[in-house]
Design a protein around this ligand. Structure first.
Ligand code: PMP
Length: 394
């Protein structure tokens, strides 16, 4: 039986990590994988997380099973963080999931159960795992235009044209903030237009919120999600705590389904059912830390302060990189780097140029020229800018 299995294509980002590890050059720069790194290159455990872990060790008396939908306190704390009371609690069903990926997967399975013929529309480009999970589940899929490679901004006109052609009951997968891989995001006016378009067509948004707090701040980053959640009858939200709590390996996420109050019980039962089929109880450790932090005023304030440091560090690096690229290339071609938000920007250089950055300069970024801003520091920004300028000169 096992011999009948076909080889799987290698994950490009994981491949890049391997190549980086094997590169002996001391001055190599890793801008590939999407984890936050501080200026010393470390992905730290956040202070509030460490404190919560110590406390948890003292107070935890059992490791018996938790609730099938997760601990109710976690789900409530996350709904508050994301929605801030924008939606009546009796319209909100939710399940804890293993990471944001688990939430995306459960959302897509829920969609397939509820409406097997619904098409899921994804942005071109999007996080590659969206594509591969949708394909794996055999869900009909279409792409909508999203990114203008010339300007490095959202192709608002193309996007709105494509969204106008979405059928009632179709699903539009949106990045709530900090679009991966492009870093380009709709502005508030464009979000309003997206919301109106969804209301007109009767499409259901599935919002992937993996970077709340990494773009314009915790509240601003949730603004689009809150707008859609208040204006539309049905909204799905797949959120991750991996980045904003820095608990990547704890696998902490949540799927929130907002619908009519009368149907909430059935939606919740279906979410529970999906958890039961796929992994039964969701992981608890990370969820418990998040709950402890969000429920404790002092821990919460410390977490928010550190998250803000992380966000501002990335914004400073963006400004420095945009300036350095302008100085080195003599053009404002890369000005968008300072406008982008989140951990990533797509530079818009060719795969051959990306390859030369790697082979000639030891700079590692994904082949579509997505770079992780947090992989940089004050010393490597000018090195990258010089390398990009050199490669562009041919
Ligand atoms: N969605 C997007 C857009 C992401 O970039 C990521 C992380 N790379 C996730 C979801 C899921 O993250 P995780 O499963 O690690 O929580």
């Amino acid at each position: 039986m096992l011999t009948a299995l076909k080889p799987q294509p290698a994950d490009k980002i994981l491949q890049l990590i391997q190549m980086f590890r094997e590169d002996a050059r001391a001055d190599k720069i890793d801008l590939g994988v999407g984890v936050y790194k501080d200026p010393t290159g470390l992905t730290p455990v956040m202070r509030a997380v460490k404190t919560a872990e110590k406390r948890l060790w003292e107070v935890e008396t059992t490791k018996t099973y938790t609730g099938l939908a997760g601990e109710p306190a976690y789900n409530a704390a996350m709904a508050k963080l994301i929605l801030a009371g924008a939606v009546a609690a009796d319209r909100v069903a939710s399940v804890a999931t293993p990471g944001g990926t688990g939430a995306v997967r459960q959302a897509l399975e829920l969609i397939r159960m509820a409406s097997p013929d619904a098409t899921v529309w994804i942005s071109n480009p999007t996080w590659p795992n969206h594509l591969s999970i949708v394909k794996y589940l055999g869900i009909p899929m279409r792409e909508y235009r999203y990114f203008d490679a010339e300007t490095g901004a959202v192709d608002a006109e193309g996007m709105m044209e494509d969204l106008a052609g979405v059928k009632a009951g179709d699903v539009v997968l949106l990045h709530g903030c900090c679009h991966n891989p492009t870093g380009a995001n709709p502005n508030p006016v464009q979000w309003l237009a997206i919301c109106e378009s969804l209301a007109r067509t009767g499409a259901v948004p599935l919002i992937d919120l993996a970077y709340q707090g990494f773009g314009d701040g915790l509240e601003m980053d949730a603004a689009a999600t809150r707008l859609l959640a208040t204006k539309l009858p049905e909204v799905l939200i797949a959120a991750s705590c991996s980045k904003n709590f820095g608990i990547y390996r704890e696998r902490t996420g949540i799927l929130i389904a907002i619908g009519e109050a009368a149907g909430r019980g059935t939606v919740q039962a279906n979410l529970n059912f999906l958890n039961r089929q796929n992994y039964s109880f969701p992981p608890d450790h990370g969820a418990r830390l998040v709950t402890m932090i969000l429920e404790d005023e002092t821990l919460s304030a410390d977490w928010k302060a550190e998250l803000e440091e992380v966000r501002l560090n990335m914004l400073t690096l963006r400004r420095q990189l945009a300036d350095a690229l302008q100085a080195e290339t003599g053009s404002n071609r890369f000005g968008f780097v300072a406008e982008h938000r989140g951990m990533f920007s797509r530079l818009g250089i060719t795969p051959a140029e990306v390859e030369r950055l790697r082979t000639e300069h030891g700079v590692y970024m994904v082949g579509d020229s997505r770079l992780n801003i947090a992989g940089l520091n004050r010393t490597t920004v000018p090195v990258l800018a010089r390398a990009v300028a050199e490669v562009l000169r041919g």
